[in-house]
Design a protein around this ligand. Sequence first.
Ligand code: ATP
Ligand code: MG
Length: 398
Amino acid sequence: MAQIAREIIMCKYGEIALKGHNKRTFEEILVKNIKKAIADIGEFRIERMQSTVYIAPVEQSTDLDAVVAVLCKVFGLGAVQKCGVFPKDFAAISTDGVAYLENALKDAKSFKVEAKRADKAFPLTTPDIQRELGGKVLDAYPHLSVDVHNPEVTVLLEIRDKAAYMNAQRLTAAGGLPVGSSGRGLLLLSGGLDSPVAAHMIAKRGVLLDAVHFMSPPYTSERALLKVETLCKKLKPYLVHLRLHTIEFTEVQEAIRDNCPEEYGTLVLRRLMIRAANKLAAANAATSRKPYGAFVTGESLGQVASQTLAAIGCTDEAAELPILRPLIGMDKIEIVAIARAIDTYDTSTLPYEDCCTIFTPKHPKTNPKLAELFGVEARLDYDELVTNAVKTMTIQDF
Ligand code: ATP
Ligand code: MG
């Protein structure tokens, strides 16, 4: 019976591997994010070499499956795999190493061996290792056949400076760029389906996000806010850090209801949300070394009346920063698929009122004109309304 192998986790870069002279900056951010993601699970030694991050637990009892699960949500990583660590000795690799792969191989039909020999002093060449190790795997698991083109399982052996690493279960990780490598943004987070998906997509491109949520008690309930908090908890493993600003928009919404023609209500509300976001961005720029470079919303072209081209143009006019709308060309089925994959779907579809769904006009304007909109907004003292709303802001860090 082979003794239980010491295990580590090996992570391969995604897109960062393609970076040129600035690769190091991305790597440093990635390693910082990895450390943060796994800090609660245990203590680790982390090394990075040749587009690979090695994560070795200080205690062998550390739950490495939990580490793998967390790392699969860290943007910037292309693949994550748990590996057995063996001495750089072919006899040990072909006995203990092959036994270590039992779980992955016992029910498979075909395999191939992929060897990488970073340590050129190792006595066998790469083709020799692949052939010889393939033979040893077949001896141990005679039901298998070799398939070099389309194997069910790829046995990976990497011979590096200090040891040989073996594994046969490579997991595709989240991809993208490490959060923090593309600046910062402010997400307009509703309790709906779309904005959490938008958050995921923009964080995947390396943007560190804060969020702002507008609520209108007593029209919106405590449970609607809890729903947004749950979404923040679910998004956090991808976003690394998430600060949620919550702003009461009750007076703003009542003023819109009482003073503006109904068909313009949704659009005026959206523009006042953006104006509140402008204020947050300005306050942030005054105090932070990393000001927001964009707002992010879950708008998708044509999905509802406030998301026609004309309405989007009117929304943009109120914004002092670019608005990123990663869902703009996606349909609902595609958005739902991502929401399910990132586990926000069930929370997003809980049926609590959002501030956008109260006082909704029966016939919202689908082809609004800016000139008319300016006239409508002139009926409100919107700057004071928004300033007062921002004063109600509370902050939570996730
Ligand atoms: P979602 O599913 O994200 O709520 P939606 O399809 O319901 O989007 P709208 O309600 O028109 O569409 O909202 C469009 C976008 O405006 C949202 O994706 C979000 O970015 C922002 N938004 C809407 N309501 C709020 C809110 N209460 N707080 C913060 N942002 C909001
Ligand atoms: Mg909504």
